[in-house]
Design a protein around this ligand. Structure first.
Ligand SMILES: Nc1ncnc2c1ncn2[C@@H]1O[C@H](COP(=O)(O)OP(=O)(O)O)[C@@H](O)[C@H]1O
Ligand SMILES: N[C@@H](CC(=O)OP(=O)(O)O)C(=O)O
Length: 446
């Protein structure tokens, strides 16, 4: 069997869904499991409605709800030439009724808990899969009966040991040549049935989790680009498709901002040694990327990625000098505050590190100030150059840095592994930095 995941850009309207249905029909001999995201930017709309309700603007929230309802009913009507099956009509009415109830509750309390946000955000995938399953004539399975997660909301952690038997019970019996099974990406549920989400962009992760649980021959990520490119094409239009990526390269690129893949997508595929391909829904015969354990690209630089905004904290203490326990004490604070650190650079009496821009700094600074002074530099971005021979290509690091010219590099991290060189620059210079680095990449260093 194979898994085909279609992102929001691939199911944005009726015409897109017809194209997806055509691709699914072509895959029928391979016993496809179809994992869908919400239509277009539905999830953004649901987040907007939830935030409006939280602010007490129920009218605004309901306007957004009605807009989403109209778009989904329009897509269904176009797919069925106006004759929407009654069962689907009822399902859509129930789902939008559920959304209205949730929004009214949030507005009444003026409180949007993570649990409420997940319940609201889940509706996008629940709507798109009901419409698509009815249109393609496939079996529909609610992912929440299979994708077990912990009790965290918004960034739920899948319980892979529980998913495998659930997939065997709820998915495997339905899968077979000649028939499609449709389920949601992005959403799961706790053991006691509370709806959770895997975090934005999480449908790729769902696809990999289902693929690993079911022993898929391949996980296909269908999107609006011809595979993983040498850089984000919205920033560097000259970015080129990459035919092959190693799992390690793909994981680094996703972790450092290559939005085309959710950062956790690769892990289940690596464990199950399942190849992942990234393909263009509107150009199925075009170029695509294969990501697998067998791939050894051997390229100095394969691609660039960027992530931001991040905040750089520079923690200094004269007591740090020759103090073996200083770093332990420093990172204990971050661990206790649940703040993840991306890049670290150390000097004699100071340490610079990056954290996500939305991290609450006050409690962190309060703890750190007990034994050090802290400088804060917000509005930065991390740029990562990824390639299997970054460290072993003489002069490449210097070439990359010199290509940046007058763009100031505030931190450099290289060496933690063979394949990543990361730089910190000002966020407002990150796009230009990517364009300059990309000229090195395509200029023969790769
Ligand atoms: N290195 C990269 N290669 C390809 N696409 C990238 C890369 N970095 C960022 N992107 C962006 O990711 C987008 C695809 O991801 P996403 O918008 O989530 O699509 P989908 O709706 O299919 O999930 C592309 O349109 C592209 O703009
Ligand atoms: N719909 C969810 C999950 C997802 O992965 O979407 P997409 O495949 O369009 O990135 C989101 O927008 O985060």
């Amino acid at each position: 069997m194979i898994v085909l995941k279609f992102g929001g850009s691939s199911v944005a309207d009726a015409a897109c869904m017809r194209q997806v249905a055509s691709l699914v029909r072509s895959a029928l001999p391979q016993s496809p499991l179809v994992v869908l995201s919400a239509m277009g930017k539905t999830t953004n709309g649901l987040f907007g409605a939830a935030k409006a309700a939280e602010a007490g603007d129920l009218a605004g929230a309901m306007d957004l709800q009605r807009g989403l309802m109209a778009a989904h009913r329009k897509a269904a009507a176009e797919l069925f030439d106006g004759a929407v099956p009654e069962s689907l009509d009822v399902a859509l009415t129930d789902l939008f009724g559920e959304l209205e109830l949730l929004l009214r509750g949030v507005a009444l309390l003026r409180e949007l808990s993570p649990r409420s946000m997940d319940a609201i955000a889940s509706l996008g995938e629940r709507l798109s899969t009901r419409i698509f399953a009815a249109f393609v004539g496939g079996a529909w399975v609610d992912a929440r009966t299979v994708l077990r997660t912990d009790g965290v909301f918004g960034e739920a952690v899948p319980q892979q040991e529980a998913i495998r038997p659930l997939a065997a019970d709820h998915l495997k019996p339905l899968l077979g040549p000649g028939r499609a099974v449709v389920t949601q990406g992005y959403i799961g549920a706790t053991e006691d049935g509370l709806t959770t989400t895997l975090g934005r962009g999480g449908s790729d992760y769902s696809a990999a989790l289902f693929g690993a649980a079911l022993g898929a021959a391949e996980v296909q990520i269908w999107t609006d680009v011809e595979g993983v490119l040498t850089c984000d094409p919205r920033i560097v239009p000259e970015a080129l498709p990459i035919p092959e990526l190693s799992f390690a390269e793909a994981a680094e690129l996703a972790a450092f901002g290559a939005k085309v893949l959710h950062p956790a997508t690769i892990q289940p595929a690596v464990e199950a040694r399942i190849p992942v391909t990234v393909r263009h829904t509107q150009k199925p015969e075009g170029r695509f990327t294969t990501i697998s354990a067998e791939v050894r690209t051997g390229r100095p630089i394969t691609a660039l990625a960027s992530r931001g905004p991040v905040t750089v904290l520079t923690v200094s203490s004269s007591r740090m000098l020759a103090q073996s326990g200083f770093l332990a004490r420093l990172f204990e604070v971050f661990g206790r505050r649940g703040v993840s650190v991306d890049l670290v650079a150390t000097a004699e009496v100071s340490v610079s590190l990056t954290v996500e821009a939305d991290v609450p700094l006050k409690p962190l600074i309060q703890d750190l100030s007990a034994f050090a002074t802290v400088e804060i530099h917000e509005g930065r971005a991390i740029i990562a150059a990824v390639g299997e021979r970054l460290k072993s290509t003489p002069g490449l690091g210097a070439q990359l840095l010199s290509s940046l010219g007058d763009i100031n590099v505030e931190m450099i991290s290289m060496g933690a592994n063979e394949i990543n060189l990361s730089l910190v620059v000002r966020q407002d210079q990150s796009s230009e930095a990517l364009r300059r680095l990309h000229r090195v990449l395509v200029g023969g260093a790769a």
